[in-house]
Design a protein around this ligand. Structure first.
Ligand SMILES: [Zn+2]
Length: 67
């Protein structure tokens, strides 16, 4: 399997099972589209990513696409 490894934001372990990987947020990059934040399914609700941040990023992305 190629591509960037999915690392759990909560426990910093690599998520080897795609079925166990859930998206918990998105980090904005300084020069680029940023990257997706992953977590184990069992750890998703333990990650301290603020939902408001996630929504704000989503809205900014949508706004950029509309313009
Ligand atoms: Zn984890």
């Amino acid at each position: 399997m190629t591509g960037p490894a999915r690392v759990c934001r909560h426990c910093d372990e690599v998520i080897t099972d795609p079925e166990d990987a859930v998206i918990v947020g998105h980090d904005a990059g300084n020069s680029g589209p940023g990257w997706t934040v992953w977590a184990h399914r069992d750890h998703a609700e333990l990650v301290d990513t603020l939902p408001d941040d996630f929504l704000r990023v989503l809205l900014s992305v949508w706004g950029a696409q509309v313009r």
